[in-house]
Design a protein around this ligand. Structure first.
Ligand code: GDP
Length: 441
């Protein structure tokens, strides 16, 4: 998970600060030195670190903070604010204004995740009610065109891909015309990447830019390359002018240096982050939420959004009714489990829960356990799922055999379920009593 090392270090600095009660200027200075080291170790650009510390110091060493009743909290708040500012302050949204079809051009080096991101972005926009058309203009990387066509099928969106023996500028121009003909309102162009930045690449991208006049040029960079990603961003911005950055592979970047430096070095915001290989693993970038995650304050807003996207309203209503009528059974339990899994890898979800982030290192999230539970429930008859109380010893043995698990696993699941059911009865019982209480008023 991103920012692991940094999050852990900053949180331990602040924990010590909190333990102190009243703070002296020397305490704050000592903490700042540690923050500075932690940022450098996270591979944040040294100039960025220097400015950051200077800004925090200016605000944190004043009387107001030191004499406040909760000085440590004030310092943490300042660091939170400044981290947020460092990453751009507000969320930078995609600007898709103007007459449709609106062209969006993705640029970047080979292997940065450009093609994958094109599909992810198209999917995200489609879910927001847009009608994107993908354009395969990366004719240099072998198989980039096929890859985009396959991804297009997977997400059920059209791809303009006339082949690899054509001039990418023509492909891009035709792509926009094609979108107009088909009534698509956004055109996402996957442009040619190269292994390194060179003049030929820049000239070609410039020609595409002139041909299609993109509303947005998004640079895709690989977070795992750290400061190289920042250098690439700087060069692309100087040569071509970019509107924003998509930072991919943040899931594999334990340090986070690129995420924290890109904006300060290039002046261009991160608009999206890639958090995995799957097409649904692209998220809008929220500086404030990211700062909260780094400082272990969790990210409840993102968690709620994920839940809203994964749970459909009808299912939620059905579930609510079942809870009310106290007929929640193992089928529902399984459905719940699947919904939660749809929200994403468990460790990414848990990292968003306040206070849990730093402790996660010792928790191994056992995705295998989830699959085991699923297999066990699937090995039950419908009757057993609805009335788990009929599952006697011989049924338990059969279920264990059928699901390739042990009888102990089946026992554990049934116990967990009974516990869930008991809790739910308490909650719904309390809710009902609450309603009655109100009715009497
Ligand atoms: P391109 O050459 O820039 O078009 O790169 P690709 O889209 O082919 O991506 C290169 C590799 O990075 C592929 O194996 C992708 O699955 C992978 N990739 C892309 N984005 C992400 C991401 O956000 N997280 C992870 N873990 N892998 C990614």
């Amino acid at each position: 998970m991103a920012f692991e090392g940094l999050a852990e270090k900053l949180q331990s600095v602040f924990k010590r600060l909190r333990g102190k009660g009243k703070l002296t200027e020397a305490d704050v200075e000592a903490a700042l030195r540690e923050v500075r080291l932690a940022l450098l170790e996270a591979d944040v650009h040294f100039k960025v670190v220097k400015d950051f510390i200077a800004r925090v110091r200016q605000r944190a060493v004043g009387q107001e903070v030191l004499e406040s009743l909760t000085p440590a909290q004030q310092v943490i708040k300042i660091v939170h604010d400044e981290l947020t500012q460092l990453m751009g302050g507000q969320q930078a949204r995609l600007d898709l204004g103007g007459a449709p079809p609106v062209p969006v051009m993705l640029v970047g080096l080979q292997g940065s995740g450009k093609t994958t991101t094109a599909a992810k972005l198209a999917r995200l926009l489609a879910r927001q009610g847009r009608q994107p058309l993908l354009v395969a203009a990366d004719v240099y990387r072998p198989a980039a065109v096929e890859q985009l066509v396959t991804l297009g099928q997977q997400i059920q969106l059209p791809v303009h891909a006339p082949g690899t023996d054509r001039d990418p500028v023509d492909i891009a121009r035709e792509g926009v015309a094609e979108a107009r003909r088909r009534g698509r309102d956004v055109v996402i162009i996957d442009t040619a990447g190269r292994l390194h930045i060179d003049d030929a690449l820049m000239e070609e991208l410039e020609r595409i830019r002139q041909a299609v006049a993109p509303r947005e040029i998004l640079l895709v960079v690989d977070a795992m390359t750290g400061q190289d990603a920042v250098n690439v961003a700087e060069t692309f911005h100087r040569r071509l002018g970019i509107d924003g950055v998509v930072l991919t592979k943040l899931d594999g970047d334990a340090r986070g240096g690129a995420a924290l430096s890109v904006r300060a070095v290039t002046g261009r915001p991160i608009k999206f982050v890639g958090l995995g290989e799957r097409v649904d693993q692209l998220e809008p970038f929220h500086p404030e939420r990211m700062a909260s995650r780094i400082l272990g304050m969790g990210d409840v807003l993102s968690l709620i959004e994920k839940a809203q996207a994964a749970f459909d309203a009808q299912q939620a209503q059905r579930l609510e009714r079942k809870l009310r009528e106290q007929t929640f059974d193992l089928e529902d339990f399984l459905e719940q489990l699947r919904q939660v899994r749809k929200m994403g890898p468990l460790d990414q979800l848990l990292a968003m829960i306040p206070g849990l982030g730093p402790r996660l290192k010792d928790v191994t999230v056992d995705e295998g356990e989830l699959r085991r539970i699923e297999a066990i429930i699937q090995s039950m008859t419908p009757e057993e799922r609805r009335h788990p109380e009929i599952i006697n010893a011989s049924r338990r043995r059969r279920i264990a055999r059928g699901s390739g698990t042990r009888v102990q696993d089946v026992n554990r699941l049934l116990k967990q379920f009974a516990e869930t059911q008991r809790l739910m009865k308490q909650v719904t019982g309390a809710a009902r009593r609450g309603r009655r209480g109100l009715g009497n008023l």
